[in-house]
Design a protein around this ligand. Structure first.
Ligand code: SDN
Length: 142
């Protein structure tokens, strides 16, 4: 197993997030769910039961996106301020900021919600990074 510097890990996590969030924003929900472990837990909205397992994540995101069926929007999740804390067991805690930018055909883009993302990142058997859990906290309570 090659040893990785913190810089290597940090860049790897940035690339992981860039690919992952583009998959979500392009509504490639199966591909997005594949970036989680199969027993993962994912909560994106306070007060809503977190989704569990990859299949559960796909079903939950399908349900969530129904509200845009008659409202074609482009959503983009912008990640920044990634604070990475490697753990003794080889996992990593990652805390970062996320802004959701929504663009419609007319009008100015809206920026909401403003979130803090709490991830636990592990390495899968093939060596790729996977999320064991993701909890998204929103700055503005509903
Ligand atoms: O995957 C994420 C999300 C996310 O999936 C979100 C969803 O709706 C589906 C990573 C980082 C941040 C987020 C944030 C959200 C926001 C959430 C609620 C909403 O947009 O109204």
């Amino acid at each position: 197993m090659p040893t990785r510097s913190f810089t290597d890990l940090y860049v790897e996590v940035q690339q992981f997030y860039a690919r992952q969030m583009r998959q979500l924003d392009e509504r490639k929900l199966e591909a997005y769910a594949e970036t989680f472990t199969d027993d993962a837990e994912f909560g994106h909205t306070p007060g809503r039961e977190p989704a569990r397992t990859r299949a559960g994540i796909v079903a939950d995101l399908r349900e969530f996106h129904k509200k845009f069926e008659n409202d074609p929007v482009q959503r983009r999740h912008w990640f920044n301020m990634i604070d990475l804390e490697p753990q003794d067991d080889g996992s990593m805690r990652s805390t970062c900021y996320a802004l959701v930018v929504t663009t419609r055909t007319a009008g100015a883009p809206t920026i909401a919600p403003s979130c803090v993302v709490n991830d636990v990142i592990v390495r899968g058997e093939d060596g790729n990074l996977l999320l064991k859990s993701r909890r998204v906290d929103h700055d503005q309570p509903f």
